[in-house]
Design a protein around this ligand. Structure first.
Ligand code: DGJ
Length: 716
């Protein structure tokens, strides 16, 4: 990292202002005894003389006599009556620390602030950075510098919000219905979300958005937050009694879980945030670009994302290698590039009641070994992938019979099962090493390019040697993935937790894609994928075409709607291709080919959630970074509200350029449902980028649960 200046001020008495500048936004941080962000928003050009003067607050009657700042680390001892950033004690003492800055390192894109409280014997490091995509990241590290154990109850990251952030968008969800969003006003009190499920969870995705009233996809001031942590967490947005507001994110520590001996430190996870003054699309552009440049494992950036065939919904636990090889043969014919054997391949695994933990090939199912199948898949020109659920154990397994003490549990209590299974205590080194050895064995013995790393239950009573250990279990999970990646750097990993139960930025640093949802119903997927798209680019979103009769909703969809719904993510097929008829197979082949052709654009371009005048349809566009082309998918979710749906207006194109517009795919009954469709959908047309944005094209008429695909190619 380039250091432009290092401000070393032993006890900063006078306040210093530091500007941290992104592409379009900036942070102005005032440093004195403490750090306060005095501006986080649009970059303001020109000299700033006097601006600090302009921002000095009045002090009303009826409260403390001095102005109290909302600092990066709110402290009760300074009179901040907000949720403090740190709650802890040393046997009942040192419980109200007040830190004073002693040292600031100023980098081109950030600051590292060191503060201390010598009375309490604590040292605090605060890191705050902004990148060229306007993504801010911050975390704290606390060190105990005094004799005596310091017990930590809470330790949070805090960022301020301006008063005009008076509406929030938060997430809710569940298994097969992840990433649902909901709006609420932010006027008094605030919002709090607690996740105690031990994994990122389907229910409490660790992110939220605050913004100006009625912020939308294209407009409004937005502050988006993502807490990069895969375990228990608390997110809050508080409106103080004086109207000021802030966002706070923290790990929820279980009782007694975290304490520091002298000289030991603990860090919060990173809190990622961004400001956009161009609505939710602007926010997504910032996060997507940040993920692409800084979060995704480097070595895989250039490689096109191979099209998957995953066996789960095709055969479930019914594994016959001969048949699986015929599935592979059929997959290759359709253009699949990676073939993944899901759950059911290992010892004792004939259903979901037994076998987890026994990571040995089931010899009765695979008498001739796994190599035969892997070689067959490779000879067909496809990569081979295999499913694991390393952190889990069934009581009906040889592993549990040999090591009943490896359970993550509190002795003396019988905890409820989840999918008939329990969690392994990864803090037990023998258990950790066993899992590493088993994964390493398979990855070293077979040509495995990909692991689907699943995690199908929530964590109840996580304990190591009787002590609460939820935080550390998550850290050990990261360690296990990191160790595997270090030993097998070319292997790609998918993060799956019963679908989308473990999707967050911290997991993404060590994995390559997410299994978005166990729900392959194209209609449901539209909302789930849209919710996920606010924070994640399409290439990390596992999107599979399932069977026409969806297994999770029993709803039926034709291949066109399924194909176009899966088209823009990391595409795959989730069914048994041998059993499908010729027409369906031709359909798979068609969308596989379309995806391959469009993949370079879809996985590098800018995503736009295109506003529509009618909520019955949802429009998704991807525009090339050089604006040379764009792909637009119109999905008709329910019946259109009116018989005509106005115009399709596409943002993000080069306004000065001319584009050729053509339809690449539409429902097979497209012409039968109306007298006639807009002529441009047949003959194409040529329009300027400005026209496309401001005026648009007459919307075609589509049946509910159908979609069409349009291309814009720049002509000049
Ligand atoms: C849950 C996953 O989400 C599914 O895709 C599948 O891998 C099953 N687990 C296997 O048990």
């Amino acid at each position: 990292m380039l250091i432009t200046s290092v401000l070393r001020c032993s006890k900063v008495m006078d306040k210093t202002l530091i500007e941290l500048v992104g592409h379009q936004t900036q942070l102005i941080v005032e440093l004195g005894e403490y750090a306060e962000i005095v501006h986080w928003g649009k970059k303001v050009s020109g000299a700033h003389a006097g601006f600090r003067q302009a921002l000095l607050r009045p002090v009303p009657y009826g409260r403390l006599d001095n102005d109290v700042a909302m600092t990066l680390h709110p402290e009760l001892g300074r009179g901040v009556f907000s949720s403090p950033a740190l709650e802890g004690h040393r046997n009942g003492q040192d419980w109200a620390p007040v830190f004073t800055i002693i040292d600031v390192e100023h980098y081109l894109n950030g600051i590292v602030i060191k503060s201390e409280d010598n009375n309490a014997g604590l040292c605090l490091k605060t890191e705050l950075f902004i990148d060229r995509h306007d993504v801010v990241k911050t975390r704290h590290t606390l060190t105990n510098t005094k004799v005596g154990i310091y017990q930590i109850n809470r330790f949070a990251n805090t960022l301020p919000l301006p008063e005009r952030a008076n509406e929030i968008m938060t997430y809710y969800g569940r298994w097969v219905n992840e990433f649902q969003t909901v709006r609420a006003p932010l006027a008094h009190g605030g919002y709090q979300q607690e996740n105690r499920r031990g994994r990122t969870s389907h229910e409490h995705y660790p992110a939220l958005v605050a913004g100006s009233k009625s912020f939308g996809e294209m407009s409004g001031d937005i502050w988006g937050f993502h807490f990069a942590w895969s375990g228990n967490h608390r997110l809050r947005v508080d409106v103080k009694a004086d109207g000021r507001r802030y966002m706070q994110a923290e790990v929820i520590y279980l009782p007694g879980e975290e304490s520091l001996e002298k000289g030991k430190s603990i860090s919060t996870p990173w809190l990622y945030a961004t400001h956009s003054f161009e609505g939710l699309n602007g926010m997504s552009h910032h996060f997507h670009s940040h993920i692409r440049e800084y979060i995704l494992p480097r070595s895989f950036k250039e490689k096109p994302r191979p099209i998957h065939l995953n066996t789960w919904e095709g055969i479930y636990f019914d594994h016959d290698p001969e048949y699986i090889m015929s599935m592979a043969t059929q997959s290759a014919k359709m253009g699949v590039e990676r073939f993944i054997i899901d759950d059911g391949w290992f010892k004792g695994r004939n259903g979901d009641k037994a076998g987890l933990g026994d990571w040995f090939l089931c010899e009765s199912k695979y008498p001739a070994g796994l190599k035969l199948v892997v070689d067959h898949v490779n000879q067909l020109g496809m990569e081979f992938g295999l499913w694991f659920e390393p952190e889990m154990i069934n009581k009906d397994s040889d592993l549990f019979r040999a090591h009943p003490d490896w359970l993550l549990a509190v002795e003396g209590y019988e905890q409820p099962t989840g999918r008939n299974q329990y969690v392994i205590d990864l803090q037990n080194n023998d258990a950790f090493n066993y899992l590493f050895e088993r994964l390493d064995y398979f990855l070293s013995s077979y040509n495995i390019a990909y692991i689907k790393w699943d995690m199908n239950r929530e964590v109840v009573q996580p304990a190591h040697l009787g002590h609460a250990a939820g935080h550390n279990q998550t850290l050990r999970y990261y360690d296990l993935v990191d160790k595997i990646r270090l030993r097998h750097p070319s292997v790609e990993i998918e993060s799956c937790a019963a679908g989308g139960g473990r999707i967050d930025f911290e997991v993404l640093k060590r994995t390559h894609r997410f299994w978005t949802s166990d729900n392959n119903d194209a209609l449901e997927r539209q909302t789930i994928q849209r919710g996920m798209s606010y924070f994640f680019p399409p290439e990390v979103m596992g999107c599979h075409i399932g069977a026409s009769l969806c297994h999770s909703t029993r709803r039926r969809h034709n291949i066109e709607f399924r194909g176009l719904t899966a088209l823009y993510g990391h595409m795959g097929i989730e069914l048994d291709p041998v059993k499908e008829d010729q027409k369906e197979r031709q359909g798979f082949e068609r969308y596989i080919n379309l995806h391959k052709k469009l993949r370079p654009l879809l996985h590098s371009g800018r995503t736009w959630r295109v506003p529509t005048d009618d909520d019955s349809h949802q429009i998704h566009a991807v525009v090339a970074t050089d604006q040379s082309e764009a792909i637009v998918i119109i999905s008709q979710l329910t019946m259109p509200t009116h018989s005509l749906s106005g115009c399709l207006r596409i943002p993000g194109l080069d306004e000065q350029a001319k584009y050729r517009v053509s339809v690449l795919d539409h429902p097979s009954n497209y012409d039968d449902i109306v007298n006639y469709q807009p002529p441009w959908t047949k003959l194409g047309c040529e329009l300027s980028g400005e026209w496309c944005k401001e005026v648009g094209l007459a919307m075609p008429i589509l049946d509910a649960e159908s979609a069409m695909l349009i291309r814009f190619e720049r002509l000049n």
